[in-house]
Write a protein that binds this ligand. Structure first.
Ligand code: ATP
Length: 263
């Protein structure tokens, strides 16, 4: 299912968070959102998983306007793994993962097994099966992040939205998650700060700057030293990955590689 933000602006408390934003994720592709802090990536994603309503413009899920769907219908289509996964109540891991089924109609008793197996598969995929009985409050940040990813998978969405999903993850779990995103066949919108991971994982990358998208293209098209310098104020060396050829960025700490942020 393709996802389009068409001329979306979000205004809040007198400020414009994103302005006339146009973004298109093709069906089944992994679209990366990269950009400096505060450039509007999370706000754009929140519009897709319906945490905020655009002040103007339209979000399309396939050929349907998001606002035409009931919250339950859109939750069956879009699953989100957000940045803030603080939890208040100490549900167990297994209970939390099973909450991913909430948007779906209750299943007859004979289908309960398949829900259970869905949860088990998601927990195995995210490497949390051995934590099933643990309370969420007792988990590390990375373990909790993997629980939220498992819950999103159990939702069986067509569109997966992830806001900095690798933040708390160690390198093995980062690679495992990104490999899954590449292989899952879902339409994925993922905000990533690590441009090298974005290059490895994404079919295309949308570069954000100051509340709108400044360029979109394949990793090799947008992750150039010129674009990175223009958008982030840092000049990397960009070399092809020795085996896959995707661009990888190398940074040095020389002052001439960084513009005006030596505070
Ligand atoms: N609730 C809010 N009230 C006021 N301004 C907000 C609110 N949420 C976000 N903003 C502002 O909107 C702009 C875009 O923020 P957003 O979180 O979308 O950026 P981002 O690109 O995801 O940033 P980061 O990389 O730091 O996560 C920023 O200037 C931010 O300060």
């Amino acid at each position: 299912m393709h996802v389009t933000l068409d001329g979306v602006s979000v205004r809040h408390a007198g400020a414009t968070l994103v302005r006339d934003l146009t973004l298109h994720a093709r069906s089944g592709e992994v679209l990366g959102l990269v950009g400096p802090n505060g450039s509007g990536k999370s706000t754009a994603l929140r519009c897709v998983y319906r945490a905020i309503r655009p002040s103007s413009g339209t979000v399309w899920l396939g050929n349907t306007r998001l606002e035409e769907l009931s919250p339950r219908e859109s939750a069956r289509t879009v699953a989100a793994v957000t940045q803030g996964n603080e939890v208040g109540l100490d549900f167990t891991v297994a209970e939390t993962v099973a909450m991913g089924r909430f948007p779906h109609p209750a299943r007859p008793r004979d289908a309960a097994d398949s829900v259970e197996s869905l949860c088990r598969t998601a927990m195995l995929r995210t490497d949390i099966a051995d934590l099933a009985g643990r309370g969420l409050l007792s988990l590390s940040g990375g373990q909790r992040q993997r629980v939220m990813i498992a819950r999103a998978l159990v939702q069986q969405p067509s569109v997966l939205v992830l806001d900095e999903p690798t933040n708390h993850l160690d390198v093995r779990h980062r690679i495992s998650l990104l490999r899954y995103l590449r292989e899952c066949g879902l339409t994925v919108l993922v905000a990533l700060h690590d441009l090298n991971l974005a290059a490895l994982c994404c079919d295309r990358i949308a570069v954000f700057g100051d509340g709108s998208v400044t360029s979109t293209g394949a990793p090799a098209e947008v992750l150039t030293p010129e674009t990175v310098r223009r958008v982030f104020g840092v000049t990397p060396d960009v070399v092809p990955h020795p085996r896959t050829g995707v661009p990888q960025l190398h940074y040095a700490l020389d002052p001439e590689n960084t513009e005006g942020n030596d505070s």
